[in-house]
Design a protein around this ligand. Structure first.
Ligand code: SME
Length: 161
Protein backbone atom coordinates (compact mmCIF):
# COMPACT_ATOMS: atom_id res chain seq x y z
CA UNK A 1 0.00 0.00 0.00
CA UNK A 2 1.26 3.47 -0.86
CA UNK A 3 1.83 5.63 2.19
CA UNK A 4 0.63 8.84 0.60
CA UNK A 5 -2.09 9.79 -1.78
CA UNK A 6 -1.03 11.44 -5.04
CA UNK A 7 -3.83 13.72 -6.12
CA UNK A 8 -3.43 15.38 -9.52
CA UNK A 9 -5.73 17.79 -11.30
CA UNK A 10 -7.31 21.13 -10.71
CA UNK A 11 -11.01 20.49 -10.87
CA UNK A 12 -13.15 18.54 -8.45
CA UNK A 13 -13.81 15.97 -11.18
CA UNK A 14 -10.06 15.57 -11.79
CA UNK A 15 -9.42 15.08 -8.10
CA UNK A 16 -12.12 12.44 -7.74
CA UNK A 17 -10.78 10.63 -10.82
CA UNK A 18 -7.32 10.67 -9.31
CA UNK A 19 -8.55 9.63 -5.86
CA UNK A 20 -11.02 6.84 -6.63
CA UNK A 21 -8.50 4.25 -7.93
CA UNK A 22 -6.28 5.01 -4.95
CA UNK A 23 -9.15 4.42 -2.53
CA UNK A 24 -9.89 1.19 -4.36
CA UNK A 25 -6.25 0.08 -4.02
CA UNK A 26 -6.12 1.24 -0.42
CA UNK A 27 -8.98 -1.00 0.66
CA UNK A 28 -8.67 -3.96 -1.69
CA UNK A 29 -6.62 -6.21 0.62
CA UNK A 30 -8.38 -5.17 3.82
CA UNK A 31 -11.28 -6.98 5.46
CA UNK A 32 -11.78 -4.88 8.59
CA UNK A 33 -14.67 -2.43 8.40
CA UNK A 34 -13.41 0.13 10.93
CA UNK A 35 -9.89 0.23 9.48
CA UNK A 36 -11.34 0.73 6.01
CA UNK A 37 -13.82 3.46 6.95
CA UNK A 38 -11.09 5.27 8.91
CA UNK A 39 -8.74 5.35 5.93
CA UNK A 40 -11.49 6.27 3.46
CA UNK A 41 -12.61 9.20 5.62
CA UNK A 42 -8.99 10.36 5.86
CA UNK A 43 -8.44 9.98 2.10
CA UNK A 44 -11.53 12.05 1.28
CA UNK A 45 -10.90 14.68 3.95
CA UNK A 46 -7.26 15.25 3.10
CA UNK A 47 -8.05 15.51 -0.62
CA UNK A 48 -10.95 17.93 -0.37
CA UNK A 49 -10.33 19.58 3.03
CA UNK A 50 -14.00 19.52 3.92
CA UNK A 51 -15.18 20.59 7.37
CA UNK A 52 -16.37 17.13 8.39
CA UNK A 53 -16.15 13.79 6.59
CA UNK A 54 -17.33 10.57 8.12
CA UNK A 55 -19.59 7.59 8.52
CA UNK A 56 -22.63 6.65 10.51
CA UNK A 57 -23.52 2.96 10.72
CA UNK A 58 -26.98 1.56 11.53
CA UNK A 59 -27.03 -0.25 14.87
CA UNK A 60 -30.22 -1.06 16.83
CA UNK A 61 -32.34 1.06 14.49
CA UNK A 62 -30.18 4.18 14.87
CA UNK A 63 -27.30 5.70 12.95
CA UNK A 64 -24.28 5.48 15.24
CA UNK A 65 -21.15 7.56 14.68
CA UNK A 66 -18.31 5.71 12.96
CA UNK A 67 -14.85 6.72 11.75
CA UNK A 68 -14.60 10.37 10.73
CA UNK A 69 -12.34 13.37 10.24
CA UNK A 70 -13.33 16.65 11.83
CA UNK A 71 -14.73 18.03 15.03
CA UNK A 72 -16.67 15.94 17.52
CA UNK A 73 -20.16 15.07 16.29
CA UNK A 74 -23.47 13.75 17.59
CA UNK A 75 -23.17 10.05 18.22
CA UNK A 76 -26.70 8.84 17.40
CA UNK A 77 -29.27 9.88 14.80
CA UNK A 78 -32.76 8.39 14.55
CA UNK A 79 -34.44 7.12 11.40
CA UNK A 80 -35.88 10.07 9.49
CA UNK A 81 -34.08 12.70 11.59
CA UNK A 82 -31.67 15.28 10.22
CA UNK A 83 -30.12 15.01 6.78
CA UNK A 84 -28.51 11.66 7.64
CA UNK A 85 -31.66 10.04 9.00
CA UNK A 86 -33.66 11.35 6.03
CA UNK A 87 -31.16 9.96 3.49
CA UNK A 88 -31.47 6.61 5.30
CA UNK A 89 -35.29 6.75 5.36
CA UNK A 90 -35.59 7.84 1.73
CA UNK A 91 -32.76 5.53 0.60
CA UNK A 92 -31.18 8.21 -1.58
CA UNK A 93 -28.38 10.74 -1.71
CA UNK A 94 -29.31 14.17 -0.34
CA UNK A 95 -27.52 17.35 -1.34
CA UNK A 96 -28.31 20.29 0.95
CA UNK A 97 -26.99 23.59 -0.40
CA UNK A 98 -27.98 25.54 2.72
CA UNK A 99 -28.41 23.52 5.91
CA UNK A 100 -30.47 26.28 7.51
CA UNK A 101 -33.15 25.65 4.91
CA UNK A 102 -33.34 21.91 5.62
CA UNK A 103 -36.12 21.31 8.19
CA UNK A 104 -34.75 19.27 11.08
CA UNK A 105 -31.11 19.61 10.12
CA UNK A 106 -28.93 18.48 13.04
CA UNK A 107 -26.21 21.08 13.60
CA UNK A 108 -23.13 19.27 14.90
CA UNK A 109 -21.09 22.39 14.11
CA UNK A 110 -22.26 25.97 13.70
CA UNK A 111 -19.64 26.26 10.94
CA UNK A 112 -21.43 23.79 8.69
CA UNK A 113 -23.24 25.50 5.80
CA UNK A 114 -23.88 22.76 3.25
CA UNK A 115 -23.92 18.99 3.31
CA UNK A 116 -24.15 15.81 1.25
CA UNK A 117 -25.26 12.46 2.62
CA UNK A 118 -24.86 9.25 0.61
CA UNK A 119 -26.43 5.96 1.73
CA UNK A 120 -24.14 2.99 2.26
CA UNK A 121 -25.68 -0.28 1.07
CA UNK A 122 -24.71 -3.88 1.63
CA UNK A 123 -24.28 -6.36 -1.20
CA UNK A 124 -28.03 -7.08 -1.07
CA UNK A 125 -28.81 -3.41 -1.61
CA UNK A 126 -30.09 -2.65 1.89
CA UNK A 127 -29.08 0.61 3.57
CA UNK A 128 -26.55 -0.07 6.34
CA UNK A 129 -25.28 3.44 7.07
CA UNK A 130 -24.39 6.77 5.49
CA UNK A 131 -21.38 8.74 4.33
CA UNK A 132 -21.84 12.31 5.55
CA UNK A 133 -19.80 15.31 4.38
CA UNK A 134 -20.15 18.88 5.66
CA UNK A 135 -18.69 22.09 4.26
CA UNK A 136 -18.23 25.50 5.81
CA UNK A 137 -19.27 26.96 2.44
CA UNK A 138 -22.78 27.27 1.05
CA UNK A 139 -23.65 25.18 -1.99
CA UNK A 140 -20.42 23.17 -1.90
CA UNK A 141 -21.82 19.89 -3.29
CA UNK A 142 -23.30 18.94 -6.66
CA UNK A 143 -23.87 16.02 -9.00
CA UNK A 144 -20.12 15.45 -9.36
CA UNK A 145 -19.88 14.80 -5.62
CA UNK A 146 -22.91 12.53 -5.59
CA UNK A 147 -21.59 10.53 -8.56
CA UNK A 148 -18.16 9.87 -7.05
CA UNK A 149 -19.21 9.53 -3.42
CA UNK A 150 -21.79 6.96 -4.53
CA UNK A 151 -18.90 5.12 -6.21
CA UNK A 152 -17.02 5.22 -2.90
CA UNK A 153 -20.11 3.86 -1.14
CA UNK A 154 -20.31 1.09 -3.74
CA UNK A 155 -16.68 0.13 -3.09
CA UNK A 156 -17.61 -0.31 0.58
CA UNK A 157 -20.61 -2.60 0.05
CA UNK A 158 -18.58 -5.81 0.41
CA UNK A 159 -17.71 -4.85 4.00
CA UNK A 160 -21.35 -5.16 5.01
CA UNK A 161 -23.39 -8.37 5.14
N1 SME B 1 -25.89 17.41 9.99
C1 SME B 1 -26.19 16.00 10.11
C2 SME B 1 -25.73 15.47 11.44
C3 SME B 1 -24.37 14.89 11.43
S1 SME B 1 -23.14 16.01 11.48
O1 SME B 1 -23.27 16.95 10.39
C4 SME B 1 -21.66 15.32 11.48
C5 SME B 1 -27.68 15.77 9.93
O2 SME B 1 -28.46 16.73 9.87
O3 SME B 1 -28.07 14.62 9.87
Amino acid sequence: MAEELMIVGETKEDKYQSLLPQISALIEDETDLIATLANVSAALATTFKWLWTGFYIIKDQQLVLGPFQGQIACTRISHGKGVCGTAWKENRTLIVSDVEKFPGHIACSSLSKSEIVVPLRNTKGNVVGVLDVDSEFLDCFDETDSKYLEEVAHLLSRFFE
